[in-house]
Write a protein that binds this ligand. Sequence first.
Ligand code: ZN
Length: 847
Amino acid sequence: MLSHPNFMFTNYIINMKHLFIGICILCSAMFLPFNQAIYAQSNSTAADSSWKNTYRATATKINNLKHTKLVASFNYQKSQMNGEVWLTLQPHFYPTNQLVLDAKAMDIKEVALVRGNMKSVLAYRYDSLQLHINLDKTYTAKESYTVYIKYIARPNEYKGVGSEAIRDAKGMYFINPTGTDKEKPTQIWTQGETESSSVWIPTIDKTNQKTTQEFYLTVPSKYVSLSNGLLVKQTDLKNGFREDVWKMDLPHSPYLFFIGIGDYAVIKDSYKGKEISYYIERAYEKEARKIYGNTPKMIAFFESKLGVPFPWSKYAQISGRDFVSGAMENTTATLHSDAVQQDARELVDGNNWESTIAHELFHQWFGDYVTAESWSNITVNESFADYSQTLWFEHSQGKDAGAYENYTALRNYLSSPTDAEKDLVRFFYKDKEDVFDLVSYQKGGRILNMLRHFVGDEAFFAALNKYLTDNKFSNGSAIKLKLAFEAVTGKDLNWFFNQWYFSNGHPYVRIQQQYIPDQKKVLVTIQQTQTQNKVFTLPIGIDVYVEGKRNHYEVWSKNRLDSFYFPASTAPDNVNVDNDKVLLWVKDESKPIEQYAFQFKHARNFMDRFEAANEAGTYLKHPAGKAIIDAAIKDSFHVIRSIALNSYNPIAIDSFMEQIIIRLAEKDPVSSVREDAINAMSKINKKTYQAYFENWVNDASYTVAGAALSALEQLDSAKALRIAKQFSNQTLKKRLNTVVATILTKYGDQEVFDFVANNYAKLNIQSSEKFELTAPFAQLLIKTKDPLKFKKGIDLIVEFRDAIPQGYRSQTDPYFNFKIFGDILKAKKQNGETELANIVSTVLPKI
Ligand SMILES: [Zn+2]
């Protein structure tokens, strides 16, 4: 599963932390009660820590699923599914006369044993979560049996809780089922992970179960259906309905079951004779190949790396409206959030869903073919899927893009200090949903990157091949991963796995160097400064450059303080610790800017340049710092060019640099660089730029057009308002959307309310635009006097506040309650608009 929280919500949090610096200073007596309420809340959460002593065991296998046959039809009026299921099972080892199935919030009509054509009723007890069935006799591990259950699945009756990764746990979702919302298509989709398939199909809803399946689905003829495996038969039922039969001949876990039904165009590709298909809403049909078209290439690449052919009979991708997560790797049928659907103008900036497509595809091996044996071990699914993003970018866009993807994920993990307290393999957790976090994904992915570097590329992929082959159609765990790596490399890897998989945290290091001329040596000290009561074992590569020549050394840091002496006939040009930039640590390194300039010039990887360019930003007056930035602006990788553009001091810019910046704004192949160049021009703020900005507001890229309109606003706000009003009739996305809305709310009158409110309502809660638009929208509400409009606006913000996943609410709620609603409340009170102030008060938390 790819939960948006792992990238987009993290960005919200980073943004909000930034905003909070401002808010805390402003905290006045008026906010005090809310603060107390929040502290009280966090204290009560802290008090409930019984889970810390509850070991989460892998599910005991009493009966094993073998085959699942489902016959289902859908009641759109009631958002229910009428189901009949035939489950074939077998005792795992010990004989048993009992079968316990997960079946949540169902209306159970009949439970029977099936033998040939005969059905005999079985006694059962149902507690709304599990079905306890008394079998007709005691079965041994050599005997299989089939039970039949007739039931109605009622997903809206199930009150499970979601998590940071998934917002809900209903299992099956009816979107706009009766067609009352004219803006939204009618769809059905399912989300099984973690244990929600059992809301719509009785099963043993555990990852260590595997079953083949056949689904007979009666669907409206006007829609298409998608499920796991192959579509083997379609029968027109002549009554406006059709029966679609989907068959999976290879076993997989119940949480990977999938059903999707709706009006989609189906675009077909193929790979080695297998069907690769893209289910897309018709409005985006023309863009399908631009969005999903790299899928066959990705399969070829992953196959070649893993030495394991794509295991399944086909691969389809579909999107679902109001999806509760980012994307989900159902076997052969990945479900994406509808944010995957980008229009032609959005795609001018590149496909922002490419990494997610790679992530879900890699799960078809790591997750679906070999499945984590328990939620405690989820990292053997998620760290691999996460790391596949790095692998794919490295392959498809070059080493710099791979390294940048790797760095971004590391930064996301480090941005959340509380995550440093969690073990990667976690046998103690409050809720199984909690393991879907920056540790299991991003930290786990970076640990794999270290492991790859430590054992070498060939051994790394050989070990992955062994892990997959040894555990295929079965389960994996961190222990099994360790055994595969040890078998391939012949090395004892306990130290690595104990430190990184079965423990928590990461090292903080202080790196210092000193040249000793008498001894012709350079001393490098590495001090581990983490407050955590443990010292990490770290293999470290160090490059020492003397008189232009690179000397490479391999050392180990195993103590709080380690000192290393390296020969150096003169003071070194650069000492590059962790020269391949693979270690998962936070470093505090002191070395002169001249060494960074040397490092930039002789860089062997992206991070060498990235670190040097960032360091240079604070040394712009120093010739070495300026030299780095002047070189960085011409770098082959867009991130480095952007750092340079964001570093320049607009006052000190010379005309030569100015020309380079204008050229980048005009022609850079990467939209984000053009955006940064326009921002840089905007800071210089010359009246002569106006013609450029007016031209670029019509650029095909929403990002470039938005930056240009924002820059134009600085020079000529009346003109910017006129353009924003013209644009407000068009479809707008990304930065152009937020800039237009911001300008309209800032300078426009109340007539712009409908545009801004509708726009805000339409934005996906997973988009960062919605977050960015919240503050300008609040400013508009301060100006709004019409109570109906005002109430509508407040409701829209409340809806957004409350849709953010629970795990983030403790951080996001204060932003909405103190800053957004706090500002509106204060303004309305000051203006004496008591009625409107009261509307705000009702949405604030009760004390
Ligand atoms: Zn995933």
